[in-house]
Design a protein. Structure first.
Ligand SMILES: [Zn+2]
Length: 417
């Protein structure tokens, strides 16, 4: 990767290494500045407490399961003869997942064979990795289900993906994703790379687009691209990715360490406008990231992008994560904003539909962080008895935002607005 300045060299590299080692976060931010105030940190803590207090008090009561396979208790799922979770037959239309990734290998980590089928997918929240499975509460932000030991394991995973290679990431392949999509009736999935901004070994878009093109699942995976605003060659790369068929751009301000309202990033949105590409942001704080990253994800820093480019579709990943309350007024004011549902609990999703209407929510999973069944179960529970809401969130809204051509009984119809 060509770099525009020393800024992305040793200092950023060192910070990423620190990040990978200090991932088991929860540590409070140590200094207050206008970029990140004590009030910001207090709001995060308040969200965690409020959510814990209301878990299980929604219309479905407690929603706690043992492992992903424990979701077979819900009427939507069943276990196949091999003990694998699958969807029970029903008439819900096949879903489109707007937020997934593949196994990551950066820097010194040996490249992963993304076309290999392996035994069992090891999700980042490996909830079926023990017997009994981990406790899975679907009425809280899903990363609440990581125990301290699982968070330490996650931290080791992230470091291995960056440095030495990860055995879990070797199972996060296209055939394994497809098997889960089959079992969960997901028709198509957007694959989102992240340009980490490393001095080398940082070409996920190229690698993943290549793997998708070589796979048998070409028409079921929707390739997205990522560029880094401090990469001097980002424009040329982005145009190249668009020419090769990228359908949108993924930006992760925390992992990429830039403010969404950075002038360099604003140029990327302008380019997306001229290329006609939607932007999916990681938006808001997850609460388990290293504290120095949190300032990049505060919702107020996304507003200038959204307001300056009303013709660009902005999708806020995880509906703004633990900063979801801040995304609601932003989405109300700006029609070019959609919220992606992964990680949010059932009661929170109900509130979003009530506040914004069902047209503004897009189904996402964040696979391979979680089994597809968990985010799918939350959307199905939230839309129980409302098939129109369910259809829009699982599928219809994604087709609209992507300007997607869909096949109906062999015909191709364009649903793009
Ligand atoms: Zn993600």
């Amino acid at each position: 990767m060509e770099l525009s300045s020393g800024d992305l060299g040793r200092r950023e590299f060192g910070k990423l290494l620190l990040t990978s080692i200090g991932m088991a976060a929860g540590a409070p931010a140590c200094s207050s500045s206008s970029d990140y105030t004590d009030a910001d940190e207090a709001a995060l803590e308040r969200q965690k407490r409020a959510e814990a207090a209301r878990s299980g008090r929604g219309p479905h009561g407690p929603l706690r399961f043992r492992g992903y396979r424990g979701l077979a208790e819900l009427p939507y799922f069943e276990l196949d003869p091999g003990g694998q979770l699958r969807l029970a037959a029903d008439d819900v239309p096949p879903a489109i997942d707007i937020h997934a990734h593949l196994g990551i290998a950066l820097l010194f980590a040996p490249r992963i064979d993304l076309l290999r089928r392996t035994d069992r997918t090891r999700h980042m929240l490996d909830c079926d990795g023990s017997d009994p499975g981990c406790e899975l509460d679907l009425d809280v932000y899903i990363n609440t289900n990581f125990t301290p030991e699982m968070l330490r394991q996650l931290s080791r995973e992230v470091r291995n993906q960056l440095l030495f290679g990860s055995h879990a990431a070797e199972t996060q392949t296209i055939p394994n994703l497809l098997a889960e999509m089959e079992a969960m009736n997901v028709e198509r999935t957007a694959i989102l790379p992240i340009a980490a901004g490393l001095p080398f070994g940082d070409d996920l878009t190229d690698e993943w687009m290549g793997a998708i093109a070589r796979s048998e699942a070409r028409d079921r995976l929707i390739p997205f691209a990522s560029v880094h605003p401090r990469d001097a060659a980002w424009r040329e790369k982005l145009r190249g990715f668009a020419e090769r068929g990228a359908r949108g751009v993924k930006l992760h301000p925390e992992m990429q360490r830039f403010f969404p309202d950075d002038p360099a990033a604003m140029e990327i949105y302008a380019e997306c406008e001229s290329l006609g590409l939607p932007v999916i942001f990681h938006a808001g704080r997850s609460g388990i990231e290293p504290s120095f990253m949190r300032k990049y994800a505060l919702i107020r820093r996304y507003v200038p992008a959204i307001e300056s480019f009303p013709r660009v579709q902005f999708i806020l990943g995880h509906a703004g994560a633990r900063d979801v309350a801040d995304t609601i007024p932003v989405a109300k004011r700006n029609e070019n904003v959609s919220l992606e549902t992964s990680s949010q609990g059932v009661t929170q999703l109900l509130e979003l539909v009530q506040e914004l209407g069902p047209e503004r929510l897009l189904f996402g999973t964040d696979w391979p962080f979680y089994h597809i069944a968990a985010p799918l179960a939350t959307v199905r529970l939230m839309s129980e008895g409302r098939p129109d809401v369910r259809e829009l969130i699982l599928r219809g809204n994604a087709e609209r935002v992507l300007g997607e051509r869909i096949r109906i009984a062999g015909k191709v119809e364009c649903l793009g607005a």
